[in-house]
Ligand binder design. Structure first.
Ligand SMILES: Nc1ncnc2c1ncn2[C@@H]1O[C@H](COP(=O)(O)OP(=O)(O)OP(=O)(O)O)[C@@H](O)[C@H]1O
Length: 256
């Protein structure tokens, strides 16, 4: 459904990542793993044009979504981000009520809805948060715990009925119990959405994903470190019998 062809990303003159060829299947969880600085978040941000917001960032190659290049000039970026939503590392609810956080996306994208109350309730159910917040929808989102805030951000992302959800280390700011809840939620969400997650947590990648891409960064003759996709395969293959020695070294903890 999303296909990357010869993807390269530059920040100014610095080539952060190169040689990325991948395709993401519908209703699958794909994990992007690898040592710090190898370009996982950079690649993730390409998938819904979040890198447009980074000064100096330049994307080379193609990102096709249902066969359409999302970087083509006629493409509506707002629509891309409605169809391909994103959840960030640190929960980042808006300083608004729980209700208004979830209603935000449908409102700004001008989504036609019969009942906003229903949209909000459905999204909060979808993010496994409804029971905890149904009596305080008008309260400020900052009153929620970190794990609840992250599930609220997931509710906000799914309220616009996306097809794909990108998650950039969604559990790294959370305790183990909140993390386990989000992992269960990811598995549930994958029945309806395609999920692509960047994670440092290899157990998490192994637990939740069907496919895994392993990236690493290697220095060239000038000492410039550029990230590369080393291996992309089923999670079972990557963690059980990787083809590349660098993947094996990483997953067995010998490097990175
Ligand atoms: N906004 C930016 N401006 C300049 N360089 C950047 C920017 N964002 C990332 N980089 C550089 O691009 C490279 C890849 O960074 P990226 O954050 O994508 O890696 P990552 O694998 O997600 O790392 P981490 O696991 O530490 O989050 C790094 O060398 C980083 O310093």
């Amino acid at each position: 459904m999303i296909t990357l062809k010869d993807l390269e990303v530059y920040y100014g003159d610095f080539r952060a990542v190169t040689d990325v060829d991948m395709s993401f299947g519908s209703r699958e969880i794909t994990a992007l793993i690898g040592p710090s600085g190898c370009g996982k978040s950079t690649v993730l941000r390409c998938l819904n044009r979040m890198n447009d917001l980074v000064p100096g960032a330049r994307v080379v190659g193609a990102v096709a979504y249902h066969g359409t290049d999302i970087y083509a000039p006629e493409v509506d970026v707002i629509e891309v981000r409605r169809r391909i939503g994103m959840v960030f590392q640190k929960p980042n609810p808006f300083p608004k009520s729980i209700y208004d956080n979830v209603a935000y996306g449908p409102r700004v994208t001008g989504m036609k809805v019969d009942s906003m109350d229903e949209v909000v309730e459905r999204a909060l159910h979808g993010a496994a948060l409804w029971d905890e917040v149904k009596d305080k929808l008008k309260q400020n989102a900052f009153g929620l715990s970190g794990g609840q805030q992250q599930r609220l951000c997931i509710a906000r992302a799914i309220a616009t009925s996306p097809e794909v959800i990108l998650m950039d280390e969604p559990c790294s700011a959370l305790d183990p119990i909140a993390t386990a809840k989000i992992e269960d939620l990811m598995v549930e969400l994958a029945e309806r959405f395609t999920i692509i997650i960047v994670t440092h947590n290899m157990q998490q990648a192994a637990r939740v994903s069907q496919r895994t891409g392993f990236f690493t960064a290697e220095a060239d003759e000038q000492g410039q470190r550029t990230g590369k996709l080393v291996e992309f395969a089923t999670t079972e293959h990557i963690f059980g019998n990787p083809s590349d020695a660098r993947t094996e070294a990483y997953i067995t903890g010998r490097f990175g």
